[in-house]
Ligand binder design. Sequence first.
Ligand code: SF4
Length: 253
Amino acid sequence: MASHPLETAAQALGQKLEGLDLPGRLALVASLEGKAVFTTSLGIEDQVITAAIATGRNDIEVSTLETGRLFNETVALIDKTEETYGILIRRFRPEQDDIDAYAAKYGLNGFYDSVEARHACCGVRKLKPLARALEGASFWITGLRRGQSGNRAETPFAEADLERGLIKINPLADWTIEEINAHVAAEAIPVNPLHTRGYPSIGCEPCTRAIKPGEPERAGRWWWENDEKRECGLHVAEAASAQSPLPASSIAR
Ligand code: SF4
């Protein structure tokens, strides 16, 4: 039962989004009062969303977290996507001081040594830049899908992010990987060449490996950790109270 105003608004918005196709979902979010930001990892789902935003000329900011540890193929795809669609993808990078402090404490590749060190690295290279990317945003669009992992099986179309004081929109929540692949082929959407080399989910280069046939899509992410629910912290729901929740009236219209 929703209780926080942001949760009530997200629930109402989610019901509207459910009955729409992808262009309709994005157009609806773009039409709402408040800034909408889409953060892309350049993964195949995110390429579908970027293409739809560009094609629909939606007023949605497209941003990416350039962690400094991405695959060369991913970095090249940022430029290629901009050229293909004539859009600007805003790059948010970690602060050098933060990287230096991390390296001094854990070592540059200290993330292999402990979960704590790994979360600290993701904090510096992803979470802090994400906070800057989402500054002033009322809506955060992501490419999360229910089929990506057991941890994401309940992904809703819209959910309150009380920690960040915004509504998170997952317009591909109900898409299957087969639908994603078919759409990419039909629309000739540029995708990361690593996908055809066994990488369905692509993150930072040192923390992503190819998966074996039959393994879950995200099995190649932080593969050395045992926790089946491992995530980088970007999409982990955290119980917290929002300091500046959106008025429900600004969303549910
Ligand atoms: S995925 Fe790996 S390299 Fe990238 S920020 Fe997280 S720990 Fe650091």
